[in-house]
Design a protein around this ligand. Structure first.
Ligand SMILES: [Zn+2]
Length: 372
């Protein structure tokens, strides 16, 4: 497996590209970020805000939120810096939520004095779709992620609040298909978090049209009336800094409550226990998961060295967090044995070999770089 020469990202990340020196595009983009005129970008955002700002008391933008550190940062920027009047929209799942997560979603409303609209797909349909996408392509949170991308846009259209503030452009910041530097989030659906699937495929598996109509990505005619943007185009995106700002406004991390195995931080995606299984299930397919992702951000932003990153990946990336497996199984109705039987089917034999101690990466970065 080929890895980026600057961070620890392998070539198996869907859509990632490397330059002729073996450096991945997200690393190069961080370099580009240093030369960006952020004062000018902040001014561009002000012009956009002024275009949509209202004085009649009605909401003038929508912020899709989970309650996490980035949601806090998005709300902080729009409310405190640009003095907008946002409606927060949250798409929830039915996994068990942490105490920190419950605190945070309430905190974001309280700290910034914002109204919140929550959307939940029916648990019965959600369970059915999660089981299908888990068994057929090992991406169980597919329906949740689709709803996270689609529902705020549908609500924006119906409530006539066309200005929608997303956080980071995942494809551009972390690598993915259709990775271009743009402020417009209209093409967010193409970033590969939500793989494109023909709707008939779902109908054939017993999911009815009634149940998926609202979580489908909106049609172009609807999108054309909206202005969804990425805040990461206007502000240099740094999860660690967002975390620090969020904490100043009362955000709680999961420290002490849920110390996740295989994770190297305790401040990202900490609200829903079963949901984080999606991050861990990248491992059998692509040979890397959360520790790699987070180590890459930290290396790019200068918090750790590449060598420290490699050690963190070696120590953590192969682990499944038992609590998230348990919670995922509790909601979806699998036994843990059944869960791991499904996972077993998806190990990519090009990059893994099966040994007496389980699946091992054939050519991991720590062996390539001779790091113990
Ligand atoms: Zn890189």
């Amino acid at each position: 497996m080929k890895y980026c020469k600057r961070c620890v990202m392998p070539e198996t990340r869907p859509g990632i590209k490397f330059d002729e020196n073996g450096v991945c595009y997200p690393c190069l983009n961080v370099e580009k970020r240093k030369k960006t005129d952020w004062t000018k970008r902040a001014e561009e955002l002000k012009i956009l805000c002024d275009k949509y700002r209202r004085n009649d008391g009605y909401y003038d933008c929508i912020i899709p939120v989970s309650g996490g550190k980035d949601s806090h940062f998005q709300t902080y920027v729009m409310k405190e810096i640009y003095k907008m009047h946002p409606l927060l929209v949250s798409v929830c799942d039915w996994f068990t939520h942490t105490k920190a997560g419950e605190h945070n979603i309430r905190n974001i409303c309280e700290a910034f004095d914002c109204d919140l609209l929550r959307f939940n797909t029916s648990p019965l349909t959600l369970k059915k779709m999660i089981r299908i996408s888990f068994e057929e392509f090992l991406a169980p949170t597919w329906p949740i992620d689709l709803a996270i991308y689609s529902v705020p846009l549908k609500i924006a259209y119906q409530m006539k609040i066309p200005f929608i503030i997303y956080g980071e452009n995942i494809a551009y910041e972390y690598g993915g298909p259709d990775a271009k530097e743009t402020y417009s989030a209209k093409d967010q659906i193409k970033n590969d978090v939500v793989k494109e699937i023909d709707w008939n495929w779902w109908f054939e598996r017993g999911v009815t049209k009634k149940k998926i109509e609202y979580i489908k990505y909106p049609l172009k005619e609807i999108l054309d009336t909206l202005e969804p943007i990425y805040l990461s185009y206007f502000y240099p995106w740094d999860g660690m800094k967002n975390y620090q700002i969020a904490k100043r406004f009362g955000f709680h991390d999961s420290n002490g409550e849920w110390n996740r195995e295989g994770f190297i931080e305790n401040y990202d995606q900490i609200d829903s226990i079963g949901y984080v299984i999606h991050a861990q299930l990248k491992y059998p397919k692509f040979g890397h998961q959360r520790a790699t992702d987070v180590a890459c951000y930290w290396i790019r932003n200068g918090y750790i060295t590449r060598e420290e990153g490699i050690k963190l990946v070696k120590e953590n990336d192969h682990k499944f967090d038992p609590k998230s497996v348990e919670d995922f199984c509790y909601f979806t109705g699998y036994s843990e044995k059944e869960f791991f039987e499904v996972v077993e089917r998806f190990y990519n034999k090009d990059i893994f070999e099966k040994t007496d101690c389980g699946w091992k990466l054939k050519d991991p970065i720590w062996e390539q770089e001779k790091i113990r």
